[in-house]
Design a protein around this ligand. Structure first.
Ligand SMILES: [Mn+2]
Length: 360
């Protein structure tokens, strides 16, 4: 048992952090990789998957987790072409499995991936972080928000915010107008019933990422938001191949979500395939910023988070999630090398201390 420590890497040509630097983080076993330029609905080419695997393995790392294979909006909407897109998704699952991939992280958020009001909010220590101010988000025009993200992200495209995906934003909003949370659940169930048998056959676990933040935005439904809904989505197909990416920073930004209790519950059920561990500082519901991983810098108790995994015999993949931008690093907002590496060192230290205290 244990935390198999990984690090998100944006794939060939899309990450300025060299794999050789990632390899030097203590305790690292592999990267969480992706093919950044693939659109939702597209089949991932076998040669590109294999080339990426070779690049990762040549650097002394493993490529057993993919984040994300994005789900086409037609699947979320239950649209006319969903079966075709599901077939494409299945082909990608088979190709990734052949390359040794064990876990595929994905999300089921309508239209938008994660949302923030600031990509570089300054903290008192001189670092910058991603931050969320619900009042400012809801007051903004979604199209303008996307434009400002493109400008602020320093030339890096943000996951889920690729300009190509957002051209038809207005039309997408129209299509979602009649879709409520129950319908979105039905469409997730349809998708899972189609892909889980293939996952079981090939040894891949699908791991859904919580909505970030875990509440509806711009009137769009969001369903991966808290304990009850996590139970509901796991029951859609009762199989280890239908599992969770438990992200403490996403779920934990709603103070109603008791993160150690949620981790304990779903890890105890063996349904956390992958964990994203990070901290956030909540000012009040709907107003928070990200922080270093250290418990006293944020609102989540990282000792209790790691202990919940330890006590339930967790044996899965973990990565530090977003970090601060520190030491004048120039990188993708939230995804610098330095603070995420510090996060890993801290999480490894917590695990070692908990394990040794338990043994004595
Ligand atoms: Mn996450």
């Amino acid at each position: 048992m244990g935390m198999h420590m990984t690090f998100r890497w944006y794939g060939p040509g899309h990450d300025n952090i060299p794999l050789s630097h990632i390899r030097q983080i203590p305790g690292i076993t592999g990267v969480v990789a992706t093919l950044m330029d693939k659109q939702a609905g597209e089949v991932w080419p076998e040669d590109e998957i294999q080339a990426m695997k070779k690049q990762v393995e040549d650097a002394g790392l493993r490529m057993e987790v993919i984040e994300s294979v994005n789900v086409h909006e037609d699947i979320k909407l239950g649209g006319g072409r969903r079966d075709e897109y599901i077939e494409n998704y299945i082909t990608t699952i088979r190709r990734l499995a052949k390359a040794g991939v064990k876990v595929i992280c994905y999300n089921f958020m309508p239209v938008f991936d994660w949302i923030r009001s600031d990509l570089a909010k300054p903290l008192a220590d001189g670092s910058t972080v991603l931050a969320y101010d619900g009042d400012r988000i809801e007051a903004a025009d979604p199209l303008r928000l996307v434009e400002s993200f493109a400008k602020e992200s320093g030339g890096f495209s943000l996951p889920g915010w690729e300009p190509e995906r957002l051209k038809e934003l207005t039309s997408l909003f129209d299509q979602y107008r009649h879709l409520d949370a129950d319908m979105l659940f039905d469409n997730l169930g349809y998708f899972l019933r189609a892909i889980v048998p293939v996952c079981e056959e090939t040894g891949v676990r699908m791991a859904i990422h919580p909505d970030d933040p875990p509440w509806p935005i711009y009137g769009l439904p969001r369903i991966v938001t808290g304990e009850k809904n996590l139970e509901r989505l796991l029951a859609l197909v009762d199989s280890p191949a239908n599992s969770l990416t438990l992200c403490t920073g996403s779920l934990g930004s709603n103070p109603d979500n008791d993160m150690p209790a949620i981790l304990r519950k779903f890890s105890g059920m063996g349904r956390i395939a992958f964990a994203h561990i990070r901290n956030i500082k909540i000012e009040r519901k709907g107003l928070f910023h990200e922080s270093s991983h250290l418990s006293s810098d944020g609102s989540l108790d990282m000792y209790e988070v790691v202990k919940a995994l330890y006590d339930t015999g967790f044996d899965g993949y973990v990565r530090p999630d977003h970090g601060r931008m520190i030491w004048d690093e120039n990188g993708r907002p939230g995804y610098g090398l330095y603070d995420r590496a510090l996060g890993i060192a801290y999480l490894n230290g917590l695990w070692e201390a908990i394990e040794k205290a338990d043994r004595n």
